[in-house]
Design a binder for this molecule. Structure first.
Ligand code: PLP
Length: 394
């Protein structure tokens, strides 16, 4: 059975060019980049080239790029650096729809005495900017707002937010893990101070990411030890990963147009076809500006996990809008923050496409989904109840 992979916001296939670029650094050029001998030390040249490629993709300077182990570490490094560099400030701000990498981190800072403002969103996942701006004061150390949401794809107005937040002298971090490689990003235009990225979300390897640190931003390392990364992050350089991320950034730049046009068209075709074919379905955040590859569709009165199991029987890989917490299936905090009703949030499926997604794959999903939902609804007492109610009201 062929795998139809539409779970690219979870992770992506490493591009063949990325794998080719990395292989020699496992087998032939496996030295330690910090060694005195040229077998290891010579790798600095490869790291430099990779750093320049990462910087290029987001319009940064190479010395503004810090390599990390991925998005989670980049987020933690950014917030740690901001708070350690501004020890007198005890207020931090984020949103209700962040990835757990930020959500749980902010909860932890809250337990450790920081005052945390968590800004709400509306029913379409759009940020309440008035509440955000009102919350800012002289005690605010940092604001962290994701560029685009991993579940719904909803994009935040980054230019405006950066302008407003920085004009108040407050540091602005963005978790751009889902935006990089899907949207054009230029930190020359969008004036964030700190930006997190992760290679495995755009056809690079897992376990490598980067933090953009605008020149002049005060910084304190999270990981201390050796002097790697100019003393900003200790640990032997992950040369294969760094080289792979550099290649993935180069390719992402070349594929941006494809993602913005062809992939967007496939996403729209998938979404519109399913909304037409399946009664009582809707696109979460569908009226907002969204990533071109993401569609979160709520199929009312069915369980997301059951849908995923039946999709899996056809080789279709996607994600649901629930998180298995303490043994019960809780709708995700993102859909709850948007006020999506329980009956819809439970049956939400996220489809996330990529540069490698084909029209045939999308057509396959369009053919398979409606009977899956129909079959599950026939077994659902809630669906029967809802239909009886609708009949009585008609
Ligand atoms: N931030 C966002 C928005 C994400 O989607 C993810 C991964 O799903 C992360 C952070 C974490 O990135 P990583 O897996 O590289 O640690």
């Amino acid at each position: 059975m062929k795998t139809v992979y539409v779970d690219n916001n979870a992770t992506t296939q490493a591009a063949p060019e990325v794998v080719d670029a990395m292989l020699p650094f496992f087998t032939e050029r496996y030295g330690n980049a910090s060694s005195m001998h040229s077998f290891g030390g010579g790798l600095i040249v490869d790291i430099r080239r990779a750093r320049a490629r990462v910087a290029d993709l987001i319009g940064a300077r190479p010395d503004e790029i810090l390599f990390t182990s991925g998005g989670t570490e980049s987020d933690a490094t950014a917030i740690h650096a901001a708070l350690q560099s501004n020890p007198g400030k005890r207020h931090i701000v984020t949103t209700r729809v962040e990835h757990p990498a930020i959500k749980n981190l902010f909860e932890q800072y809250g337990q450790n005495g920081y005052r945390v403002t968590v800004v709400p969103v509306d029913g379409q996942g759009r940020l309440d900017q008035e509440t955000l701006l009102k919350s800012l004061d002289d005690d605010t150390a940092i604001v962290s707002i994701m560029w685009a949401n991993n579940e719904t794809g909803v994009i935040n107005p980054m230019d405006d937010l950066a302008r407003e937040i920085r004009s108040r002298g407050i540091l602005f971090h963005t978790d751009a893990v889902q935006a990089v490689g899907k949207l054009p990003i230029d930190v020359g235009r969008t004036k964030v101070d700190l930006l997190s990225m992760s290679a495995h979300k755009f056809h690079g390897p897992k376990g490598i990411g980067a933090l953009y640190i605008r020149k002049g931003t005060k910084f304190k390392p999270l990981v201390v030890g050796g002097h790697q990364e100019a003393g900003r992050r200790a640990g032997t350089e992950n040369v294969p990963g760094i080289v792979g991320m550099g290649k993935a950034c180069e390719l992402a730049g070349q594929h941006l147009e494809d993602v913005g046009t062809r992939v967007r068209r496939l996403r729209d075709k998938l979404e519109q076809s399913l909304l037409r074919a399946v009664p009582r379905s809707m696109a979460n955040g569908g009226q907002s500006d969204r990533l071109p590859n993401t569609s979160s569709i709520a199929f009312e009165y069915v369980e997301g996990e059951a849908i995923l199991l039946l999709m899996n029987e056809h080789g279709i890989c996607a994600s649901s809008g629930s998180a298995c917490t303490s043994g019960s299936l809780e709708p995700s905090h993102v859909l709850r923050a948007m006020g999506v009703p329980f009956t819809a949030a439970h049956g939400s499926i996220r489809y996330s496409l990529s540069h490698y997604t084909t029209e045939e794959e999308v057509d396959f999903i369009i053919a398979k989904m409606p009977p899956i939902i129909e079959r599950l609804r026939q077994m659902s007492p809630f669906w029967k109840q809802a239909m009886e109610q609708a009949k009585a009201q008609a």
